[in-house]
Design a protein around this ligand. Sequence first.
Ligand code: GLU
Length: 411
Amino acid sequence: MTHSGPSAFAEVNEKVAQAGEILGLKSGVINALSSCEREVVISIPLRRGDDVEVLTGYRVQHSSARGPRKGGIRFHQDVDLDEVRALASLMTWKTALIDVPFGGAKGGVAVDASKLSPIEKEEIIRRWTRSLVHVLGHHRDIPAPDMGTDARTMAWLMDEYHRLEGFQPACVTGKPVELFGAPGREEATGRGVALIAAATLKQHDVKVKGATVAIQGFGNVGRYAALVCQELGMKVIAISDVSGGIVDKKGIDIASIFMHKSLENVEADERIGSAEVLEIECDILIPAALGSVINDKNASLINARFIIEGANQPITISADRELRAQGVVIVPDILANSGGVMGSYFEWTQNIQEFSWPIEKFRRELDTRMEAAFFNVHKVSRKYSVDLRTAAFVVSVGRVSEAFELRGSLV
Ligand code: GLU
């Protein structure tokens, strides 16, 4: 992780312990839920020119208490074991929170995805799959895309898995629609973020139409969140990617820039730095890129009423505390961005049944289930008089610990 302070995994475990205390769990159970079931570290030799570069790859399986482990694979230069552990653990809480029959896992390769050719990317994911095939499978551990990987990467993963283990398209989700993917999965994370943004506004009696939105990130999550926010009547006034940010107080027409790979060459009223978008005055701020982008250095500069966490762990725990003291309402990652894994669940079930849903059904199911999770978190937050992140952890830690105890894992 790029921030100094407690490790990313320690930050997740702080929330697990807090939820465990509220629920009155035994310390042994809290300890078990704060550890990962299995961690595999591999080396991936990559041919580069006439030499070989050795990359490090990971698959961390945090919990299988509620079902097969589930979670994406990230290609990013900052990936390390601590980050993968944190993200694997978050997947356990995310899948439990939205009540899908999965546990949690995460994978990664420490490499700058933007510097890889398609052939190199294919070589890396095939090697990653070969090295990990013994711990993967549609009823063991099901990968999906994350930062730096996409549907094409998942197609290579599926193909490699099929060569080794035979036909089983449910072994991975987030595949291309032409290759057992589900229509609706690609947009699902961003769509869920936008739905949660609208629900949050309504909950606080703020009109959705015309509400202003700033988004950091123009990858899969950021761009679909922006598009659906616009479709729902909100006004996206600023958006950024690694090349910088664009601002238009009248509202950026997201549909017209949607197909641009980067924001670098997009015409704009005003240009700002990539991180400056976080400080824009707006109703809704959506960090949808890296972790820890809101931290002790910039928490006091945030100018939004609501933050919807599109990214995983975009706010450090101490910045979260400071923002809440300022009155900012924060909808946590495990709720806000859970549309992705919800969509993965729909894809997985369709693959297993060899039956496909029309996109309208996919969207309807996603919308209904996201809304149910949203209201449940609010109910629990009122019941225990706690903030939304704590409430979300209370719900998910409660469900996972129950499954854990029922299985008899303590004997
Ligand atoms: N990578 C996404 C996440 O962090 C999706 C995971 C999945 O669909 O399994 O939630």
